[in-house]
Design a binder for this molecule. Structure first.
Ligand code: FES
Length: 81
């Protein structure tokens, strides 16, 4: 198993350790996960799947909790929406 995995956050490559969650990749990319309906930036809060603040789009599937999904090679993540 490789030590690192490269994913794409808003089309830019981010390399994380194998087993890291998508939330880690988003934080390393210096992005927020999404914006609220009032336009405020939202980011992971609980890191255990309870708060839903970390929702992102992964491989064209919207509203997935980034703290609950492990990064896979070439995964395409869209954030800040
Ligand atoms: S950080 Fe709370 S659900 Fe992901």
């Amino acid at each position: 198993m490789p030590e690192n995995v490269t994913v794409y956050v808003n089309d830019l490559p981010v390399t994380v350790p194998t087993g890291a969650t998508v939330a880690v990749a988003v934080m390393l990319s210096s992005n927020v996960c999404r914006t609220s309906v009032s336009g405020e930036p939202r980011a992971p809060l609980c890191a255990m799947g309870a708060c839903f603040e970390c929702r992102v789009e992964i491989n064209e599937v919207r509203h997935l909790r980034s703290c609950q999904v492990a990064c896979e090679p070439q995964m395409k993540i869209k954030v800040g929406r």
